[in-house]
Design a protein around this ligand. Structure first.
Ligand code: KIV
Length: 287
């Protein structure tokens, strides 16, 4: 089997932007693959988008493993079953290289092709390479360390730019196949992209990256308040609201369900039952 991750290198080589989404379930994965998506991130943003937390910190390895399995099944059910799946290693799950290795193995066994690690944790990329787990880095604003940042946007000064470039090269030298650049000035992101042989995927890092990643809930209009860097490509919250309103109303008026949505016992069988059980005949059906 050719690794689905080759899409990252191929797109970098051909200079055609890669489109990635953070998403977390089988139906969304199937729709996204059929719509032409290049790669999926089972992100720990699931903490904010699906699980109702106000940060990514409470997300566990079990949460990511469960949703990676669901995404993998959705990808398989699509017309493009070879779309790459990267699973996020959540907060605390790579505190040591050994912990990282056992957690990453679990995510690969759940269906991921690679894992993503935030920051520059010592020995982790090396350990993952040793056990055969492809890894992606993530620098700039890294939500798992949000308590350490003074502001969201990184790389506003020459010193910060140099620091980010150094981090990017450090991660690439340790065998990562790709790097997420989050919330940093476009100038720094473009310099990093130009200096690396591996693929950069930006979110809030401008158009000079090799690809872009966006959170599903932002893309389809399910996030009430979005960061400046996110874009809402369709207001599906409005459609969901309309659909559920129509459902509630049709249940209340008995328009739904109709006989078309139900099954009936044959008249013959019904008579047998009525005789055996001495049942009262039912009132006329209301529809
Ligand atoms: O968890 C996530 O969705 C992410 C992206 C924002 C890159 O890490």
């Amino acid at each position: 089997m050719i690794s689905p991750l080759q899409i990252f290198a191929r797109k970098k080589r051909d200079q055609t932007p890669l489109a990635m989404l953070a998403l977390y379930d089988a139906p969304s994965a199937r729709i996204a693959c059929d719509a032409g998506l290049d790669a999926i991130l089972v992100g720990d943003s699931i903490g904010n988008t699906l699980l109702g937390y106000d940060s990514t910190l409470p997300v566990t390895l079990d949460d990511i493993a469960l949703h990676t399995g669901a995404v993998a099944r959705g990808v398989k059910a699509s017309h493009r079953p070879d779309v790459a799946i990267v699973a996020d290693m959540p907060f605390g799950s790579y505190a040591t290289p050994e912990l990282a290795a056992s957690g990453a193995v679990k995510l690969l066994q759940a269906g991921a092709h690679a894992v993503k690690i935030e920051g520059t944790p010592k020995g982790v990329f090396e350990k993952l390479a040793e056990v055969g787990v492809p890894a992606m880095g993530h620098i700039g604003f890294t939500p798992q360390s949000m308590l350490m940042f003074d502001s969201v946007v990184q790389g506003r000064t020459a010193e910060q730019g140099a620091q980010l470039l150094e981090e990017a090269q450090w991660i690439a030298e340790r065998g990562a196949f790709g790097l997420v650049l989050e919330a940093m000035t476009s100038d720094v992101a473009a310099r990093i992209t130009g200096s690396l042989a591996i693929s950069t995927v930006g979110i809030g890092a401008g158009a000079g990256c090799d690809g872009q990643v966006l959170v599903w809930h932002d893309a389809v209009g399910l996030t009430p308040q979005m960061f400046r860097f996110a874009k809402n490509f369709a207001d599906t919250a409005h459609l969901w609201h309309e659909a559920i309103g129509a459902y509630v109303s049709q249940v209340q008026t008995r328009e739904f369900p109709t006989p078309q949505h139900a099954w009936e016992m044959s008249e013959e069988e019904l008579k047998v039952w009525e005789n055996i059980a001495d049942l009262e005949p039912l009132d006329e059906q209301p529809f």
